[in-house]
Design a protein around this ligand. Structure first.
Ligand SMILES: Cc1cc2nc3c(=O)[nH]c(=O)nc-3n(C[C@H](O)[C@H](O)[C@H](O)COP(=O)(O)O)c2cc1C
Length: 501
């Protein structure tokens, strides 16, 4: 009960309201800007390899899956490069910054990645725990295990350095860290699919994940920069199963990310409240048509970018439907419905729409939302709620960001908040964000594959959106917003290759 109260309090106090945004510093304290790259001092570094040839993107979504690649240095390197690796270096006005395959709020990249892998030629003769260093595209070996780990299967653990996002976003940052973790997971799932590998989220206690990766050896970290465990993924290159190794004794200290820090005590409260066993999904959605023929998966993954400006032009109805349907490839995310502001989709009236991804939500949403909505059935989950020009509303709700108005459409991911909390307890709050982030990553990729652009929108006025829908209680809450359209590219910013291979 205490934890549920902590979740509800956190959610409420971190809502952005028109005249009061969630608490943050309110300015950028450049003197404490966190290093986006975690390193372990003196840990042996094993360089990974580069491959440029990948299958066409659309083949990832076909059944049966692609042939299974063996687990080796090259396949592991490819998995990491096309999921959490650098995608490009951007340069402007004397400064440079790295972009990665996985999107992250403010490009702050709180998500860290650890691997538990069997012996792999070129990496180690024994089973290892390692940390992925994306800037170097290398593995830092943190521990060699005495015990053997079965060949074939291996594990990836994701964790978040909350401080990286707190630095800019203050109290609301915990939400962004969870969305980012969802993006990272989906980036791994897509990259694994290129290799014919499946991903499975293990129903394991987050405390056990911390133990497994030594995240609870707090003396390794600056006290403000420790990592919170998010999820443990079993990668399944073969059907063999292996048991998890015993806790490591890591002797390498983590690098310090900032010289000093600002305190946000509520982050510890919410993060503690939501620890627990990662819940399996109760229902599965059925994917629809596979995406149409596309470029290579690697090209699309590396080209994915957030649009910073949209040009206000239209997308076709086929593109629109394909984008909505692509979200169903995250089939274990049944509690997320899209409420769309359609501005310029050819053949579709401007207006407010619902895309019901899980038919089981329809009646409950109809009851909860404004009784004046029309719910005109446009097939396959799409309903017109109310025709009209919602561009102004979309911009206002997205913290006045023009991208929400100038995209061909933008939308909120409205989640069955109370159902997730009732079914899974407090960790249901955290996993809902993971689900929204996962959907976001797949939509970014699908948009890129269609020659369009997208941007995740973490900054939105929560209750203004709920009020527009006529929602009167907390049962449904929007946790992530998104816009898709055609980007205006800022030609002043130049792009450099991410690695000197
Ligand atoms: C959870 C999340 C929230 C975001 N919120 C916003 C936002 O409100 N406004 C915006 O312009 N971009 C937003 N972005 C886009 C990020 O700023 C962008 O991903 C980051 O700068 C990295 O650029 P890239 O996506 O091109 O790699 C968000 C991204 C994520 C993943």
């Amino acid at each position: 009960m205490k934890n549920i109260t902590a979740v509800l309090d956190y959610h409420d106090r971190t809502k952005h309201r028109p005249y009061r945004y969630a608490a943050s510093l309110g300015y950028m304290d450049w003197s404490t800007q966190p290093n986006p790259f975690r390193r372990y001092l003196n840990a042996p570094l094993v360089p990974l390899t580069f491959t440029d040839i990948t299958v066409p993107y659309h083949l990832l979504f076909q059944d049966p899956p692609l042939p299974v690649a063996p687990l080796c240095l090259e396949s592991l390197s490819q998995l990491l490069r096309y999921s959490l690796g650098l995608a490009a270096i951007k340069s402007h006005g004397g400064s440079q910054w790295a972009l990665r395959c996985n999107a992250s709020s403010g490009n702050l990249h709180p998500t860290e990645c650890y691997l538990i892998a069997p012996p792999i030629e070129g990496i180690s003769d024994s089973a290892t725990l390692s940390h992925y260093a994306p800037k170097e595209h290398a593995l830092e070996i943190l521990q060699s295990y005495d015990e053997p780990l079965e060949q074939g299967t291996f594990y990836i653990a994701l964790s978040s350095v909350l401080w990286r996002e707190a630095w800019k976003y203050g109290e609301r940052c915990w939400r962004y860290c969870q969305l980012d973790a969802g993006h990272a997971y989906e980036a791994i799932r897509v990259s694994a699919a290129v290799l014919g590998w499946g991903c499975e989220l293990l129903p394991i206690d987050t405390a056990a994940i911390a133990t497994l990766c030594g995240l609870n050896q707090y003396d390794r970290f600056d006290p403000h920069e420790h990592e919170s465990p998010d999820m443990l993924i079993r990668l399944i290159p073969s059907s063999s199963r292996s048991t998890l190794p015993s806790p490591p004794k890591i002797t390498f200290a983590a690098n310090r990310l900032s010289p000093s820090h600002h305190e946000w005590p509520i982050l510890e409260v919410i993060d503690t409240a939501v620890q627990g066993i990662y819940p399996p999904s109760s229902e599965l959605l059925s994917p629809r048509t596979p995406p149409s023929p596309s470029k290579s998966a690697g090209e699309i993954i590396l080209k994915r970018r957030s649009a910073q400006m949209m040009d206000g032009s239209s997308v076709t109805y086929v593109q629109f439907r394909q984008l909505l349907d692509a979200s169903l490839f995250c089939s274990d995310t049944p509690d997320v419905t899209f409420i769309l502001f359609v501005h310029k989709v050819e053949g579709l009236e401007k207006g407010l729409y619902a895309y019901i991804r899980n038919h089981g939500e329809l009646q409950s949403l109809q009851k909860a939302m404004d009784s004046a909505f029309e719910w005109e059935d446009l097939n396959d989950g799409l309903y017109l709620l109310h025709a009209g020009d919602y561009r102004g509303a979309a911009q206002m709700i997205s913290c006045n960001q023009e991208i929400a108005k100038e995209g061909a459409f933008s939308f909120g991911m409205l989640c069955n908040f109370s159902k997730s909390l009732e079914t899974h307890g407090c960790i249901g709050y955290k996993t809902l964000y993971h689900h929204c982030g996962r959907i976001g990553q797949i939509l970014y990729l699908e948009a890129t594959s269609l020659g369009l652009s997208a941007t995740g929108i973490g900054c939105f006025l929560d209750d203004e959106f709920h009020a527009l829908l006529g929602l009167k209680d907390q049962r449904y809450q929007s946790l992530y917003h998104f816009t898709i359209g055609r980007a205006i590219v800022d030609t002043r910013i130049s792009t450099l290759p991410p690695y000197r291979e």
